[in-house]
Design a protein around this ligand. Structure first.
Ligand code: PHE
Length: 356
């Protein structure tokens, strides 16, 4: 048993000195299939029967002792390592933020943040949905039947047909998120949906990918007066003009009845376009949700009603920030971003002022 004691004290002292890498080597050296302890186990067969049992037990005890010494050392080294790393990685959260951060917030992100800040203040929450939609959510549930001309108006990007014959579409508006939200939640519902939309259209004023924000309110007593008040307040807050003229003009959408388009006051004097004034600029579509849409989404239209609206983010950003060309939004030109972008650390809020 001298051998045994020798091996034990030798291994224990080497474990006590080992670093993490050396510890793994020691594990193999002591406990591996070709390791020292296994070697001694194999030697047991040569011993006389009465000694074999005691020697076997002693070896097993040694094996357990070495394994737990290795585990203990391993735990100690890794927690010491973690402590040391944490100590080098502390940050002083009382330091002022970097005043000269170079990155800028893109005007589209900024405009979305501003709009969301206004609507959240009014009690809306943000919802999102997939860019790749199916026919039901993008069209059918919204009361746009298969042969309806609105499907062509939307210049839809269709994807390759799937095995079951369905044709996925890149959503042509954010309205399918109305459907998804009504299908999965109980009224009262108050959501806004900022996000990307896609239409096969490309010129100075149209991009195949653009952004909309959708609004949806469903409750028992929601009426057209709420719709008018909500959107009038919204535009006045967005443009920072308490007396901005806002008017509602009858229009048509398959998913709302009655439907309206909203114009805001502007002036075109001297060739430029200015917000505020006695001329009109069309800026948004809206209406009371068609009862058939409510029913398509599993909502009882004899009990609930509501309104919806959808507007283009790029256009609102161009008007507010004087950006003349739609295409520049997507060119990732750093000089443009520096000029039209916003400071990275100034989050728009109602109380703090929307625009830094
Ligand atoms: N989905 C419409 C569009 O993209 C906008 C809209 C939304 C109109 C909700 C009415 C109600 O043009």
């Amino acid at each position: 048993m001298d051998n045994h004691d020798q091996l034990r004290s030798d291994l224990l002292s080497r474990i006590a000195d080992a670093d993490l890498g050396r510890l793994e080597e020691l594990r193999v050296e002591a406990l591996g299939r070709k390791g020292a302890i296994s070697e001694m186990m194999r030697g047991l067969g040569a011993l006389p029967g009465d000694q074999r049992k005691d020697a076997g037990q002693a070896l097993n005890a040694l094996k357990t002792e070495i394994a737990s010494a290795i585990d203990a050392r391993h735990a100690m080294l890794s927690s010491a390592g973690l402590e040391a790393r944490l100590a080098t990685e502390t940050i002083d959260i009382t330091l002022p933020s970097r005043p000269h951060a170079d990155g800028r917030i893109h005007p589209i992100s900024q405009t979305i943040d501003e709009m969301v800040a206004i609507f959240c203040e009014m009690g809306f929450r943000v919802a999102e949905g997939p860019h790749i939609e199916d026919d039901f959510h993008n069209f059918t549930a919204l009361n746009i039947p298969p042969e309806h001309p609105a499907r062509q108006d939307h210049d839809t990007f269709y994807l390759t047909e799937t095995e079951d014959g369905a044709r996925p579409v890149l959503r042509t508006h954010t309205s399918p998120v109305q459907v998804r939200t009504m299908q999965t939640s109980e009224p009262p519902i108050r959501i806004v949906v900022p996000g990307r939309t896609f239409r096969a259209d490309h010129d100075a004023t149209h991009s195949p990918m653009f952004h909309q924000i959708e609004g949806l309110v469903v409750d028992e007593n929601t009426h057209m007066g709420h719709l008018k008040g909500c959107l009038t307040e919204f535009w006045r807050a967005f443009f920072g003009m308490d007396d901005l003229p806002v008017r509602f003009r009858p229009s048509f959408f398959p998913f709302t009845e009655p439907s309206a388009e909203v114009d805001i006051g502007c002036s075109r004097e001297g060739g430029g376009l200015k917000i505020g004034g006695s001329d009109w600029l069309e800026i948004l579509g809206c209406g009371m949700i068609h009862p058939r849409v409510l029913e398509n989404c599993g909502i009882d239209s004899s009990r609930y009603q509501g309104f919806a609206f959808g507007l283009g983010i790029e256009r609102a950003a161009m008007l507010k920030y004087g950006i003349p060309d739609l295409r520049t939004f997507y060119e990732s030109d750093l000089r443009w971003l520096k000029h039209y972008g916003f400071p990275a650390l100034a989050q728009p809020t109602i109380a703090g002022g929307l625009t830094p």
